[in-house]
Design a protein around this ligand. Structure first.
Ligand SMILES: Cc1cc2nc3c(=O)[nH]c(=O)nc-3n(C[C@H](O)[C@H](O)[C@H](O)COP(=O)(O)OP(=O)(O)OC[C@H]3O[C@@H](n4cnc5c(N)ncnc54)[C@H](O)[C@@H]3O)c2cc1C
Length: 253
């Protein structure tokens, strides 16, 4: 184990994760802890917080990706920042082990208090193919990949002459009809309609119907909502194994 790289020698409040919770904890504590002679240290593999509620808008293109992230360095001036991943915490000895993001050797970080705010992992449930083919919606990269995927499918579909192949190319399934899932659908629908409108080779009627049916299908087929709701939502790529039932109007919860 390598020795800690240039860490401040002061009683430490260690914040694991610089997402929504971690960023705000550090922001609110950094001055008070500094005034009391300590230091707040935040560890995250990313140098920014992703504001996840904006991800559907990033996918839809209504918000720029750079406007959905908040720089740690810019907003946490009195916080010690470490770019890396906490791999273990030994609370008996009040020590955490960090794997640096640059691939260097792991090192230990001593602390007085620890706040664990490492977020959640999107669940894919035992839905065949979802883990392999689905695109999550928890990171900027996923939101952009989703947008690119929809636009690329519409371009490809506009050149297809076989109606079955074309319907398949233009069918998207959103797994999870909770708040984030519905937001995702509405943003994707706006995106698709705009792309179809700007593409003379596309038929507006065809693509609109292929949006509605999987929605009804995915609402029925999706697993029961998690108590915490939003973070379980994944946007999945088109899958023909998920057959679509007759069109019905989804009921409000
Ligand atoms: C699409 C979508 C829409 C949403 N819309 C809303 C909404 O409208 N309203 C609302 O209230 N909530 C919404 N949410 C939920 C909200 O974004 C989350 O509840 C919130 O982000 C959780 O904050 P967090 O800090 O616990 O986790 P996150 O914000 O996910 O942050 C976790 C951080 O921990 C880091 N990390 C992970 N592992 C480690 C490790 N080992 N060591 C160090 N760091 C680590 C990650 O890199 C990340 O930066 C939405 C979520 C999604 C996905």
């Amino acid at each position: 184990m390598a020795s800690s790289p240039q860490l401040q020698d002061r009683p430490r409040v260690l914040v694991v994760g610089g997402g929504y919770v971690g960023l705000y904890v550090a922001l609110k504590l950094q001055k008070k802890i500094a005034n009391a002679g300590g230091i707040v240290t935040l560890v995250d593999p990313l140098p920014y917080m992703t504001y996840q509620p904006f991800l559907p808008e990033v996918a839809g293109g209504n918000i720029e990706a750079r406007h959905a992230v908040v720089s740690h360095r810019k907003h946490l001036k009195q916080t010690e920042l470490i770019q890396g991943r906490v791999t273990s915490i030994d609370h008996a000895s009040r020590t955490a082990v960090v794997a640096p993001a640059d691939g260097g050797e792991n090192f230990e970080v001593p602390y007085f208090d620890v706040v664990v705010a490492a977020g959640a992992i999107t669940r894919t449930f035992p839905i065949k193919g979802l883990a392999d083919k689905g695109i999550g919606l928890k990171t900027i990269e996923e939101a952009v990949a989703l947008r690119n995927g929809v636009l690329e499918r519409i371009e490809a579909g506009s050149l297809m002459t076989d109606p079955v192949e074309r319907a398949r190319a233009l069918t998207f399934v959103v797994v999870g009809g909770g708040f984030a899932g519905i937001e995702c659908i509405t943003e994707m629908e706006d995106l698709a309609r705009a792309a179809v409108k700007n593409n003379p080779a596309s038929s507006r009627r065809k693509s609109a119907s292929s949006w509605s049916r999987p929605w009804a299908g995915s609402c029925r087929k999706s697993p029961p909502p998690r108590p915490s709701g939003l973070s379980s939502t994944s946007a999945a790529a088109a899958s023909r194994s998920c057959s679509t039932p007759p069109l019905t109007t989804p009921r409000a919860p």
